[in-house]
Ligand binder design. Structure first.
Ligand SMILES: [Fe+2]
Length: 328
């Protein structure tokens, strides 16, 4: 339940208070929501290691002042990692200010885990330093490639769904987890093309990569819906095939309907069909931390907060209905 002027319900369920958060950050004690450090590949992913953050929104520039000055009720914020992988200045001040009052999660767009280029060690070292400084609850990026041959295509591109690609990507995720010393989350992307060489369904590929890399999954419900429409598969098949124990976070967003295809634009309210798919996912995966993404035509903060509240309401209803059915 949202409460005005201070961190909202989930933080209190985690046993947090404003003072303790500030102390933890100032003195280097990990905050209670931070994922424990994972020492190389010998330890394994455990869903219970990830804090039940609740319902959050993406931290976006038009809302910086409002959040820093008003501390509006919100369970947590997801930040774009690259916006804060800088030496100093305003971005770091903003994140310091937000982080003093709310749990944050770092979500990257430049890892390019699927590329055949070598991993960018400088990027990873900077990401590790930022994660050590801001102590996010977790770090995530996308199951995609964003460039090759040193060229950045500035898009999240799908991979060929093959066993060879599974081994390639999983090996690289393991390297990233070793460098960052933590389990990362990989997110399914929306797509508009497919490779003729693919031999696996997308959900089989996602599952195989996560299992072989021993990483967690950020399941973007809107991306599943968009790709299901574009590639003509049943989105329920996708949701029902992903392993429950690996899903640590959901994304929800709006998309654009172009008639013959859907485009993942993050500039609309969440559509009814995506809400319905989310409720189905909640019945399968439970009360998974859920994040509202809105990246273009960004509305007032209250609109985002209302979407997060709606996610909470629908999550509660979905779980209530599941309990009722189980009791019958
Ligand atoms: Fe997403």
């Amino acid at each position: 339940m949202y409460r005005q002027g201070r961190p909202s319900g989930r933080g209190e369920e985690l046993g947090l208070c404003h003072k303790r958060r500030r102390e933890g950050h100032a003195h280097g004690t990990p905050p209670p929501w931070a994922t424990p450090f994972r020492r190389f590949s010998s330890s394994t992913m455990n869903r219970s290691d990830f804090a039940p953050l609740g319902f959050g929104v993406g931290l976006r520039r038009p809302h910086y002042v409002h959040i820093l000055e008003q501390h509006p009720p919100m369970d947590w914020f997801e930040v774009i990692s690259e916006n804060f992988m800088v030496e100093g200045g305003r971005p770091l001040e903003v994140l310091e200010g937000v982080r003093a009052h709310y749990p944050v999660v770092m979500h990257g767009v430049s890892l390019s885990i699927g590329s055949s280029d070598p991993l960018n060690r400088a990027y990873l070292d900077t990401l590790r330093a930022a994660a050590r400084r801001f102590e996010p609850a977790w770090v995530s990026d996308h199951l995609c490639w964003t460039g090759v041959g040193g060229h950045n295509l500035h898009d999240l591109l799908p991979l060929p769904y093959t066993e060879e690609a599974v081994r390639h990507v999983a090996g690289r995720i393991r390297q990233v987890q070793d460098i960052l010393e933590r389990t990362i989350l990989i997110e399914n992307v929306s797509s508009y093309m497919a490779f003729r060489s693919s031999r696996l369904e997308e959900w089989e590929f996602l599952t195989a990569v996560a299992e072989e890399a021993d990483c967690a999954i950020l399941l973007d419900i809107n991306n599943i819906f968009v790709s299901a429409f574009n590639h003509r598969f049943d989105p329920l098949r996708y949701v029902d095939a992903v392993p429950v124990e690996r899903v640590v976070q959901f994304h929800l967003a709006g998309h654009s309907d172009h008639g013959s295809y859907l485009l993942d634009t993050h500039d609309h309210p969440i559509r009814a069909e995506v809400w319905a798919l989310y409720e189905h996912a909640v019945r399968r995966f439970g009360r998974v931390p859920t994040l509202i993404e809105w990246d273009d035509n960004i509305p007032d903060f209250e609109v985002l907060a209302a979407a997060a509240a709606e996610a909470r309401r629908r999550c509660d209803l979905a779980l209530d209905s599941k309990r009722l059915h189980a009791a019958e």
